[in-house]
Design a protein. Structure first.
Length: 399
């Protein structure tokens, strides 16, 4: 299905050139669950309309306000988790409709702020609902929210659903999991391979809903022609490795079949959790071909009120300290840490901070460059000193 761009009075960020997105989304309950607690959402931010995939693939020409892609994985029990993830999608889109879709002069900074604020609004509303309805106490949801603006992609991360960018046959994760395992890996206490098989790999350190305040991680990526974005819940990423995602996405041109094959592969490996995936291929004359010098990966966007703002020197996926409380209800799938697990996460973060505070010695080329830079100053000071000595000597001889 092809969706034509709407007429817009706003100046398009790429002028007369356009980005075309071919997109499909699929969700599956998996082999073990009775309910699906994962929500996906794809929306045209020019009109605010959401897309349905019952009729197949959508081909969308992005207009001035761009496109939205979201995966949210709920927690708190079947009813609460399903409600939390559904609310996340609705509230994020509602926030963007109010603050972004109505912007007369859309620009990068406004878009980044709108994504941050819409996510914060969703957290506030979900948290408020849980407080007012005791039967939903402990409800929450992860959220990976990708926004296309012009030829750039912005991703808000809360929790451990993931975004991958597939380019030139390789899938690179462009988000960081906000999880206990990611914290321990960064602290050097676990290898990535050990983290993948840990029985605590579903413990997340931040989610929408459990706390009144969150601090989102916001990253960005320059798009190239032929890039494919994969957004997925941990029901997929926990069973299908990134290199498999890259290989399958590269060899299968149909995004509908990409989603179907990824879900089938996760189910074939047991499907213990809900499985959700969005696949988006980017084309169009607004994009140029990739080059060997292009960078793909986690790149924090510098914005006040995000994790980058808290750690300007070394942006990480660290959530704010002392904002995570123990989870009072046992559950399958993603969950918040217990008190002992939170203490372990805090100790790992202190280890990361200690490492970051050590000033590494400069390499020899850098030392030589600094010496060359200050050499003229030393020569000038030497000349002044010699002139002063000569002048003093002449004054003494005259006496």
């Amino acid at each position: 299905m092809t969706v034509s761009a709407l007429n817009s009075n706003s100046a398009h960020p790429t002028g007369d050139r356009r980005v075309v997105a071919r997109v499909f989304a699929l969700t599956d309950v998996g082999q073990s669950r009775e309910h699906n607690e994962v929500t996906f959402l794809v929306a045209n931010l020019e009109s605010g309309a959401t897309l349905s995939f019952e009729e197949g693939v959508h081909e969308v020409t992005a207009d001035a306000h761009g496109l939205l892609f979201l995966v949210a994985d709920g927690m708190g029990g079947a009813a609460s988790g399903e409600l939390a993830s559904s609310m996340a999608g609705q509230l994020v889109l509602e926030g963007l409709r109010e603050s972004w879709s109505k912007a007369a002069t859309p620009d990068v900074a406004t878009f980044a702020e709108a994504l941050r604020d819409a996510t914060g609004l969703a957290n506030t509303r979900i948290h408020q609902h849980a407080r007012e309805n005791p039967e939903h106490r402990g409800m929450g949801t992860t959220a990976t929210i990708a926004g296309l603006f012009g030829d750039r992609l912005f991703v808000v991360q809360v929790g451990d659903s993931r975004a991958y960018m597939v380019r030139d046959g390789l899938a690179r994760q462009i988000t960081k999991d906000q999880s206990l395992m990611q914290r321990l890996v960064e602290a050097g206490e676990l290898t990535p391979e050990e983290a993948e098989v840990s029985d605590r790999r579903n413990i997340i350190l931040q989610a929408l809903g459990p706390e009144a305040q969150i601090t989102v991680d916001l990253t960005h990526q320059q798009l190239r022609r032929g890039d494919t974005l994969i957004l997925c819940s941990d029901g997929l990423s926990g069973l299908v490795r990134g290199e498999e995602i890259g290989a399958l996405t590269t060899t299968e041109p149909d995004v509908r079949l990409v989603c179907r094959k990824l879900v089938d592969r996760a189910n074939a490996r047991g499907g213990p959790d809900n499985i959700t995936v969005i696949a988006v291929q980017f084309e169009g004359d607004a994009l140029v071909a990739s080059t060997a010098t292009d960078s793909v990966g986690y790149t924090a966007y510098p914005l006040e009120g995000t994790l980058y703002d808290q750690t300007r020197e070394m942006p990480t996926s660290r959530p704010p300290r002392n904002t995570i409380k123990s989870d009072p209800t046992p559950r399958q799938g993603v969950r918040m840490p217990t008190r002992s697990e939170q203490r372990e996460a805090d100790a790992a973060q202190r280890n990361i901070d200690d490492k970051a505070s050590v000033v590494a010695p400069l390499p020899e080329p850098a030392i030589a460059e600094r010496k060359r830079a200050v050499q003229p100053l030393f020569m000038l000071l030497g000349s002044v000193a010699v002139a002063a000595l000569v002048w003093t000597a002449m004054q003494l001889l005259r006496r």
